[in-house]
Design a protein. Structure first.
Lengths: 68, 344
């Protein structure tokens, strides 16, 4: 799956980058974040777009898998 | 890039009232500070008041407040207007009329000096509208621009509104729509509609003067203004200080255009999550409230409206007098229950 690295970015950038990535990879993407704010916001965005979003945390970083 | 072409909002990490320190952090320090007392100090740190009230004569008090923050809009004139309206609001929230104001400005050396001129002119514009005078101030060279005012009002000591004293049976009136934190976040990402952006700008630059004037002769039991700690946080402060429970009907809370949609799509400022941590366990959100609406109840507002607690008849009079769709009765005050604030 296409990976969007949003580590170190602050909102709304992670949401904007996820939106762009989903435009070219409509089947789904993986988003990497290192803060709970983009974790929550990207998850909200995925749900609002009709996707499922699941996240796994490791060492203060999250891997959000977004797919239909 | 030319000096003057730099976008103001690109120079800041957090903006407007969303740049406030998280309430939990702030309280962990100020709650332990030594409390200064004086016969002349009528209101100090206690009860989370933003302003201090100082006895000048037996009848007259001085209300003093200071507020400043980094820009949430790119137009420097509008930023000056918003920062001034926000600082002046602390006086209106206490029922006063601002008398004099001073500038507080942090300005980066990389910006064109004309930007500074526009920020200060925006401030003057709003102070003029308030009827106060502005002079003097202080400027610091700082990589992140910040602007605000120190404002003083002299008033009858019996006419000061406090953020405590709300009584069972009161209604809660809010005088501006909610959602500027979310909209400002979306504007940064180029995702807010022009209509939404304009509505947020109009709301942030609007003085709370008219709302204060309209409520002046009514039986206001408690008042505050809704800023960085959100509708949830500021309702909580009044509820806790008054020993009551405040019930707010989310369907009645006025929202800015597109705010719900933008919240649903995740354009949420960090301050919302800080507010959520702070109110946890003290504020109840009915499970029937959609997540986007709950988020908006926690959205940090910049230059938000007044939140007034007054008898039902007076609340209705106030809403009728102001006659705007964004001025509404949004809740009521009940006997203290398990939670200090309940959103239904």
């Amino acid at each position: 799956m296409f990976e969007v690295d949003c580590r170190g970015l602050s909102c709304p950038e992670p949401v904007i980058n996820t939106k762009r990535a989903l435009k070219s990879h409509a089947e789904g993407v993986i988003v990497l974040v290192d803060n709970r704010v983009p974790l929550e916001n990207v998850t909200r965005f995925a749900h609002a777009m009709g996707y499922n979003a699941t996240s796994v945390e490791k060492d203060g970083e999250w891997k959000i898998t977004i797919k239909k | 890039m030319e000096k003057s072409e730099k976008r103001l909002t690109s120079m800041v990490k957090t903006s407007g009232c969303a740049a406030k320190l998280p309430p939990s952090v702030l309280h962990s320090v100020i709650d332990k500070l030594p409390v200064m007392t004086s016969d002349r100090l009528v209101v100090g740190f206690e009860g989370s008041e933003d302003a201090l009230v100082y006895k000048v004569t037996d009848d007259i008090v001085a209300v003093e407040t200071v507020d400043f923050f980094p820009p949430m809009v790119d137009d420097p004139f509008a930023f000056g207007q918003i920062a001034a309206a926000n600082a002046l609001s602390d006086i209106y929230a206490m029922g006063g009329e601002p008398n004099c104001a001073m500038n507080l400005l942090c300005f980066p050396s990389c910006l064109d000096i004309s930007v500074m001129d526009k920020i200060l002119r925006g401030g003057i514009d709003k102070v003029k509208e308030s009827g106060a005078i502005i002079a003097g101030g202080h400027t610091i060279s700082d990589p992140t621009p910040k602007y605000g005012l120190c404002v003083t009002a002299f008033m009858d000591k019996t006419k000061v509104w406090r953020n405590s004293g709300a009584k069972e049976g009161d209604v809660v009136v809010l005088t501006k729509a909610i959602g500027v934190g979310v909209i400002n976040t979306a504007v940064k990402g180029g995702e807010a509609s022009p209509e939404s952006e304009k509505a947020a700008l109009d709301s942030m630059t609007r003085l709370n003067k008219e709302a204060r004037d309209a409520a002046r002769d009514l039986m206001v039991h408690a008042a505050t203004d809704v800023t960085g700690f959100s509708l949830s946080g500021h309702s909580l402060e009044v509820a806790e200080n008054s020993g009551v429970t405040v019930e707010i009907d989310t369907k009645k809370v006025p929202l800015l255009p597109q705010a719900e949609e933008l919240a649903r799509f995740g354009f949420i400022p960090e301050g919302m999550y800080n507010n959520l941590d702070w109110v946890n366990g003290k504020v109840y959100y009915s499970p029937s409230i959609p997540l986007s609406i709950r988020d908006l109840m926690l959205d940090p507002q910049t230059s938000g409206g007044l939140l007034l607690f007054l008898p039902e008849k007076d609340g209705e009079t106030l809403v009728k007098r102001l006659n705007k769709d964004y001025v509404r009765i949004i809740g009521r005050v009940k006997e203290k229950g398990e939670y200090s604030v309940e959103f239904i």
